[in-house]
Ligand binder design. Sequence first.
Ligand code: ATP
Ligand code: MG
Length: 338
Amino acid sequence: MNQKDCPPLLAVKHLGVAFETDQGQVLAVDDVSFELTSGQVLGIAGESGCGKSVTALSLMRLLPKPVSKIKEGEILFKGQNLLDLSTDALGKIRGKKISMIFQEPMTALNPVHTVGRQIVESYSLHSPGMGEKEKIRASSQMLAKVGIPDARQVMKKYPHQLSGGMRQRVMIGMALACEPDILIADEPTTALDVTVQAQIMDLIFQFRDKTGMAVILITHDLGLIAENCDRVVIMYAGTVAESASVTTLFRNPFHPYTKKLLQSIPSRAQTAKEPLPTIPGNVPALSEMPAGCRFAKRCEHAYTPCEKHLPRLISVSSDHFAACHLAHSGGKKSNFNK
Ligand SMILES: Nc1ncnc2c1ncn2[C@@H]1O[C@H](COP(=O)(O)OP(=O)(O)OP(=O)(O)O)[C@@H](O)[C@H]1O
Ligand SMILES: [Mg+2]
């Protein structure tokens, strides 16, 4: 089979996720689509609340119940729709084929079991044939790799006996121990100091090189994406604003929101006193989403159609997609006839 005939490792198609709130049902993620191939590193970026974590949790089917619901779409893992799987079938994929590093480590750690028991369990899941001693040795080696000194002692402790940074590293160690096909890393290093951040990112990418694991890296840090990712999805207010290869997106951004985001990255030439440009205005609340483009109120290029119609994601050049009326009209406002 040539590569074009192979399904991507992961294809998210038109994902829509709703929450029940006091204001009624709101769509936190709306028509989100992207693909991932083996070994690829995909960055997902966008302002706080734009739906990055909700998208990630949907992939693992870990959304909070009963307040949330996947309303539409497909999540195809090796061609199989995860949304059709029974809990048992999903259990064979979650934590083994697809692992996740959460923003908050206690989400993944069990407070009543020692760190050692939990990481050994990760090896049991991935390599049932491994002997007990071997699993303990591999666990302590993994903890050492994620920068935990005196790993054997740490294995005897409970999560609450560790600092936040240590807990984060334990969770990362557990996620990597399963040698997943896909690692979803949701702000994996936010809680860690800068030198440890770099170590952890290096470790994740060494694993990628060794095992061919694909990575979804969710971060506010566009610098991290520029340095480490192959592709990038920019989200805005629950939708995909733009997606492209990292080179294309950083050299030739299309969406006005992406352009503004890129301007807000500190450059080396910037002096400490120079304020970074910010994007005036706010993201609309989920309960007050406009009918038109969600970025229109903050966009200096907005014109009549932007207020009226929600732009869909369309191709603007080879392998480069944007949800902007300027894309629909070939980049010219006057060509838009709706
Ligand atoms: N349990 C919930 N009930 C209601 N709304 C929720 C719930 N969880 C998330 N949301 C809403 O869904 C939207 C997307 O949230 P999400 O956590 O995915 O944002 P994010 O992009 O990950 O932000 P951040 O960068 O701050 O982590 C937000 O408006 C959030 O308030
Ligand atoms: Mg988040």
